[in-house]
Design a protein around this ligand. Structure first.
Ligand code: ATP
Ligand code: MG
Length: 317
């Protein structure tokens, strides 16, 4: 089976317990939960049986070891996660507003996550990789952008493939080097997985079909647009395939996109038809939102298949 690798931030997430709770006053919190988009992605892929490894850095603290142990238990290759003495693992504190929006207090760049490097273990991991996945959230400094470039070049040199989940807020586009980095990643991507309006960040067009056409014309072979509870739509040169989401009670949406992406990419690497890859991915995304904590809803392939058997689908996108 093909091996995929991702590089980027490992975090713990600590959540306000009540909707609408403000971080400008003391209040109850839950967590720490293992987190970080690349970690969620690699963990979900590994749980589906895909060989998957992560290049990352944590501090030598409980938050770091919590993440490493979860990834190890779920079958991920943790050989390229370095543990730094004297640096703290990254954190994200999140509070949910009553309209469903989220407010974050991050410590990523200045945490151990900012110490990620292309060391001997990372190079060894890439030497055995068939696929490299880039998370937009991980392109937060020139150093991490360089890691992504290295990862892409290493797998492309071996005839491998690249996927890209932009996962960015518009404000991030103005960070130094960000726009160029994103355009570089896009120019190398085989699979592009924006969620909703992220598709339009890189296209001139204002409607989905034309924006997709622009991206296909740039040489991206597969585009999957994630649409929350409505599921997702797949596009390639042969057309459009929509797949509805599954009806679940949404407890915590964070991480759904990363779980979806991991599942889709894993099944794409296995050469599965878009219908099946989308169905499994929608199943993983739906299960992800049913639990508090971005990695707590991650399920094995058997569990996802059992869920899909009995779950109801909503209206198609
Ligand atoms: P994230 O918050 O992780 O960044 P995202 O914005 O990248 O998520 P979404 O489109 O919100 O991505 O969700 C990804 C996938 O997860 C959807 O395509 C769908 O399969 C599933 N999903 C998300 N929310 C729900 C929901 N409320 N009910 C069912 N499935 C959902
Ligand atoms: Mg997303």
């Amino acid at each position: 089976m093909k091996k995929l690798v991702c590089a980027g931030e490992i975090l713990v997430e600590i959540m306000a317990e009540r909707i609408g709770q403000s971080f400008r006053a003391p209040g109850p919190l839950v967590g720490p939960f293992p987190s970080g988009a690349p970690a969620i992605f690699v963990d979900q892929a590994a749980r589906l049986g895909q060989p998957a490894g992560l290049i990352a850095a944590v501090g030598d603290d409980d938050f770091g070891h919590l993440n490493i142990e979860r990834l190890r238990a779920d079958g991920a290759d943790i050989s390229a996660i370095t543990v730094h003495q004297g640096a703290a693992t990254g954190t994200a504190f999140v509070t949910y507003e009553s309209d469903g929006s989220r407010h974050f207090v991050y410590n990523i760049k200045q945490s151990a996550a900012g110490l990620i490097e292309m060391g001997a273990e990372a190079r060894a991991l890439l030497a055995g990789a068939d696929h490299f996945h880039v998370m937009g959230t991980s392109l937060f400094s020139p150093e991490v952008i360089e890691i992504a470039r290295n990862g892409i070049e290493a797998v492309k040199m071996r005839g491998g493939t690249v996927s890209f989940d932009p996962n960015i807020r518009k404000e991030m586009l103005d960070l130094p080097g960000m726009r160029d980095a994103l355009l570089f990643v896009l120019s190398k991507a085989d699979v592009f997985l924006p969620s909703g309006p992220e598709l339009f960040t890189f296209a001139e067009a204002n409607d989905e079909e034309s924006a997709v056409r622009e991206m296909l014309d740039r040489g991206i072979s597969t585009i999957v647009v994630k649409k929350g509870a409505q599921g997702a739509v797949h596009y390639d040169q042969s057309g459009r395939t929509a797949s509805p989401g599954f009806v679940v009670e949404e407890i915590d949406p964070t991480g759904a996109g990363d779980c979806f992406t991991a599942a889709f990419v894993s099944f794409w690497l296995r050469g599965e038809a878009p219908e099946r890859a989308l169905r499994i991915a929608n199943g993983c995304g739906a299960l992800a939102v049913t639990k508090k904590g971005p990695m707590e809803g991650i399920a094995s392939l058997a569990a996802v298949e059992a869920f899909i058997e009995t779950a109801r689908t909503g209206a198609p996108a």
